[in-house]
Design a protein around this ligand. Structure first.
Ligand code: PXP
Length: 243
């Protein structure tokens, strides 16, 4: 069964709305762990719009499960990652005007620029992941650039407007998982997954982890973080492929 990585950025978004010290994403990380998260994910953006530098060493200290740092390849962020040594660094594309990460990284185009960053992060002891669309060329390029893991963008499925495009998106995820595994990559998935749409994705064999943020934090406003994490874990378990 795939494990659950909980993205805590939204807690920091609420804090930054007032530039104050609450709610604290570090507390959220502790609560998510108590609810059964197998991984805590945070994104230190270049514009520091939610998670800020102060959070990073504190997360490193309090997170006892896997710690996954999402990041672009901005030099100052790469330096922080090398110093902090999270268990995993997930390289994502970043655009200043975006509301959240939109689509996957273009590893085919960025190839050589990524190779050096991947090597530095691996030397620092981190497992390095590429957030990409389930496209065979991007998967091949990720393996060639030295990534050990790919996180396949599930947004194509989550944003599908009808049953046909949803089926198509599921088929490309199934093929993407298979292709990535053949390349020797560990496969994660994420983006746009919710309590209502996660079942068919949780049922795909080969995903080792799902990273989910918005839907869990939205529910947490009403039931608390621990219960929201428990409920998502229950769904992953209920719909997991039969081994
Ligand atoms: N995985 C990656 C790489 C992301 O950038 C995001 C969004 O921050 C997520 C997963 C989680 O997406 P969502 O908030 O839609 O669950």
């Amino acid at each position: 069964m795939a494990t659950l990585g909980v993205n805590i950025d939204h807690v920091a978004t609420v804090r930054q709305a007032r530039r104050t010290d609450e709610p604290d994403p570090v507390w959220a990380a502790v609560d998510a762990q108590l609810g059964g998260a197998a991984c805590i994910t945070f994104h230190l953006r270049e514009d520091r719009r939610h998670i800020v530098d102060r959070d990073v060493p504190l997360l490193k200290e309090v997170v006892n499960v896997r710690l996954n740092m999402e990041m672009a390849i901005a030099p100052d962020v790469v330096d922080i990652a090398c110093r902090t040594q999270p268990d995993q660094c997930c390289i994502v594309p970043e655009k200043r005007e975006e509301v959240t990460t939109e689509g996957g990284l273009d590893v085919v185009r960025l190839g050589d620029r990524l190779r050096d960053v991947v090597a530095r992060l691996r030397d620092a002891g981190c497992c390095v992941s590429a957030f990409i669309e389930p496209d065979p060329a991007q998967i091949d390029a990720s393996a060639a650039a030295g990534f050990q893991t790919v996180e396949l963008w599930t947004g194509g499925y989550a944003h599908a407007r009808n049953a046909d495009s949803q089926r198509e998106a599921i088929s490309s995820l199934v093929a993407g998982v298979r292709h990535a595994a053949q390349c020797g990559l560990i496969v994660h998935g994420g983006h746009g997954l919710t309590y209502r749409n996660v079942a068919p994705i949780a049922a795909i064999a080969g995903f080792e982890e799902f990273n989910i943020g918005h839907s869990i934090m939205a529910r947490a406003m009403f039931v608390g973080i621990r219960e929201a994490v428990r409920e998502m874990n229950r769904l992953l378990q209920q719909h997991a492929p039969k081994e």
